[in-house]
Design a protein around this ligand. Sequence first.
Ligand code: ZN
Length: 318
Amino acid sequence: MTDVPKQLRQVGGGAYAYVQHDGSWGWSNSGLIVDGGQALVVDTLFDLRLTRELLDAYGRVLPAGASITTLVNSHANGDHTFGNQLLPGVRIVATRATAEEMADVPPLLLAALMRQAPQMGPLGEFLERIFGPFEFDGIELSLPTETFDGELKLTVGAKQVRLVEVGPAHTRGDTIVVVPADRVVYTADILFAGSHPIMWEGPVENWVRALELVLELDVDTVVPGHGPVTDKRAVAAMRDYLTYLDREARARFDAGMSVMDAALDISLADFASWGEAERVVANVRTLYRGYSGAERATAPEVLAEMAEWDRRRQPAGR
Ligand SMILES: [Zn+2]
C-alpha cells in the first residue's frame, strides 16, 4: 500500500480538516469539530487502516477528557463511510436518502468487485489503479443511527453545527456541514478541489444550487470532500464547470451524439490542471439521463465507460 501524505489542519477555533494525498479516487477528507468536551466527526475514510490513522490524529488534538460523540456521514460513498465501525457506540447521523443508499451498496460489493478485477481486462486495470491502494476486506456495514430530511441543527458543546441536505447531486443524499462560529463549511463531495467532480446521481441543477448556497454562506474556509482546504473561489470554479458541461453536453445530445462521443469531444482545456478527467464521461452520462429520462447505468457500467474514455482520450504510451 502506498504511503501518502496526510495533513491535519486547524481551520477554526475548534475545527479541523484531515486532508489525504491529492484528493484523487478514494483519497477523501474528514473533519473534526470540538467544543466543551464533545467532538463531532464529519466522515470516516475508505478503509480501516486509513480510518485508524485518522482517529489517532484526532486523538492527538482532542482536549483531555473530550470524546467523539457524533459522526456525520455526508453521503453514502465508501470513501466517507467505510470506517464507521471504528466508532462503536457513537451516534451516526445522515440524511434518510444517504442511509438508504448505504444499505443498497454495501462494502461487500466493492470487495467482491476488486477480487474479480484481475479477470476483468481494461476495466479491471482501471479498478486496480483507482481502488488498488485500499483494503476492503473486514469492513462491516455500519449504518446511521439517526436520519433527517432537509436540515438538522446540532450542538457540539456550546457550538452550533448545521447539517443541510443539498442532494440529490453527487449522490442521493448529500449533506454540507456548516460551523458558523468558525466560519467554516465542510462541503463533502459537493466540492472536489483540483479534480473533476463525479455526478453519480444529479440532477445538475441541484448541484449548481448547492454550490450557490455555499457561496452565500457567511464563511471563509471551505473544506472540500477531496483535495486541499480552499475558499469560495474553488466553489465558483466548480459551479462554472457544471454549467459549462451541461451546456456542452446538451448541444451534443440535441445533435444525436452518443455519451462517449460527446465526452471525448467536449474541450476540457479550461480544466486542464484538474485530475480525474475520465469522470467527464460519467457526468455526461448523468446529464443525458436528465435530458432523456433514460435508465440509470449501473456503477460497474459507469466505471467501464470511464476506463474506456481514459484509454481513448490519453495519448498512447501513457
Ligand atoms: Zn468521496
